[in-house]
Write a protein that binds this ligand. Structure first.
Ligand SMILES: [Zn+2]
Length: 92
């Protein structure tokens, strides 16, 4: 078997895993429905944080470490490596 085929096989396996584990979710403001983040979520279960490297789109408004919707609703707090989300402030 050629090295080329092996590389393709590995890539297909990786793609399969990616499809199974990763999904893109929209984090939206609970008040006005505006999309705040497009986020790559790796597992099922509740959304507590948004890890910065996995934020694909960012429509938030920042005020220091406060992450807000353009409507003024406080979505969460920037604590460095991730955004700590305020529960009830968003839907997804
Ligand atoms: Zn809003």
């Amino acid at each position: 078997m050629s090295l080329g085929n092996e590389a393709v096989r590995r890539l297909e396996k990786f793609r399969g895993m990616e499809k199974a584990m990763v999904k893109t979710v929209s984090v939206k403001c609970a008040k006005c429905g505006q999309e705040i983040f497009r986020y790559l979520k790796l597992s099922d279960g509740h959304l507590w944080h948004c890890w910065k490297p996995r934020i694909m789109r960012d429509y938030s408004v920042r005020e220091g470490n406060v992450v807000k919707c353009p409507c003024g609703n406080i979505i969460g707090y920037d604590v460095g490596i991730y955004i700590k989300l305020r529960q009830k402030a968003f839907t997804w």
